[in-house]
Design a protein around this ligand. Structure first.
Ligand code: NAD
Ligand code: MG
Length: 302
């Protein structure tokens, strides 16, 4: 066996790494959608820590919300595994998107950046057509963009807020997937980012938790529908991860400073720590995995 064979595809020893940020974090607030590059501490998207081994060689992937957080970690990992990657994001997030594009290009892969608002069906359709034509096809779709704005009382939750959450988290994956499917063939993979909130809804995330439960049903229903076509569909359910979502209205500021503290690991996950699940689900190695959901919660479980 060559020595290469025993090098893990992903960095090891994360749990023991004393450099992994542990709460309490400095109090910070940004306006939605927030920028990862303005967070303290900076999230680890795998910029220097993710190592690829060619598991997605030649694949073409589209990741919504690929500018920051979990989507950015998936985008960087996919490129390091040999994929060309298109990312979507809101126009205000251009600085974060630019960083991810530069990292993908540094791997010698094609990076496509498409800003726009996924709450519009027309944008979802145009964005998919643009990504497919620039990538030359589509093998992997990651419906990852999400809206989380906490609200403590049902009476204070406006119809506009409820609608924005559902449009972003439930309608957009439907619209994007509907537009993408005609371009996806046998062996393709669809992934949706759900949440631990699908199973353990918090009091202050009433609309968000419902939308994330819908994401699990999305994967489980569509997996059955698409199995005869050889297309797999799965959901990823993160627990507390250190991303812009949490400090731009996702949590009250005092809760965000303690993000992940109550988990047995005592800290939030860094986005790079969930990227291997996305890589597995996107890869041909995941060929018998469909209709499933995968947690990464920090010890508390789903
Ligand atoms: P993030 O803020 O870094 O990423 C979310 C992205 O969604 C944004 O970057 C933005 O580009 C995109 N987005 C939001 N509204 C949009 C809109 N109207 N149009 C287009 N794009 C839009 O945060 P993240 O935590 O990496 O979030 C990624 C996914 O992970 C989300 O679906 C979120 O619900 C889910 N999630 C996060 C956590 C966590 O603790 N961070 C936990 C469970 C699930
Ligand atoms: Mg962002």
């Amino acid at each position: 066996m060559s020595s290469d064979a025993i090098i893990p595809p992903f960095r090891s020893g994360a749990i023991d790494n004393p450099n992994l940020p542990t709460p309490d974090f400095p109090a910070q607030e940004q306006r939605f959608p927030g920028l990862a590059q303005e967070m303290t501490p900076q999230p680890d998207h795998g910029e220097t820590s993710y190592r690829g081994t060619g598991r997605l060689k030649g694949k073409r992937a589209l990741i919504t919300g690929g500018d920051s957080g979990i989507g950015a970690a998936a985008a960087i990992a996919f490129a390091r595994e040999g994929a060309d990657v298109a990312i979507t994001y809101l126009p205000d997030e251009q600085p974060d998107a630019d960083r991810v594009v530069a990292i993908i290009q540094a791997e010698g892969r094609t990076a496509i950046a498409i800003p726009g608002d996924l709450r519009e069906e027309a944008f979802c359709k145009e964005m998919v057509e643009s990504a497919v034509s620039q990538l030359g096809g589509l093998d992997v779709l990651v419906n990852n963009a999400g809206r989380q704005q906490f609200c403590n009382n049902l009476e204070d939750l406006t119809t506009q807020d409820f609608d924005a959450t559902m449009k972003t988290n439930v309608y957009a994956p439907f619209w994007v997937t509907k537009a993408a499917l005609p371009h996806m063939d046998k062996g393709a993979s669809i992934i949706v980012t759900s949440s631990v909130q699908a199973f353990s809804p918090s009091a202050h995330l009433f609309d968000y938790a419902q939308s994330k439960a819908a994401n699990v049903a999305f994967a489980q229903s569509l997996a059955k529908q698409l199995a005869p076509r050889g297309i797999r569909v799965n959901a990823v359910c993160p627990g507390p991860y250190w991303t812009a979502l949490q400090i731009s209205g996702g949590q009250p500021t005092d809760k965000a400073t303690e993000h992940g503290k109550s988990q047995p690991l005592g800290r939030p996950g860094q986005p790079v720590e969930i990227a291997p699940i996305y890589v597995l689900l996107a890869s041909d190695e995941g060929s018998y995995i469909t209709g499933e959901y995968f947690g990464s919660v920090g010890g508390g479980g789903l």
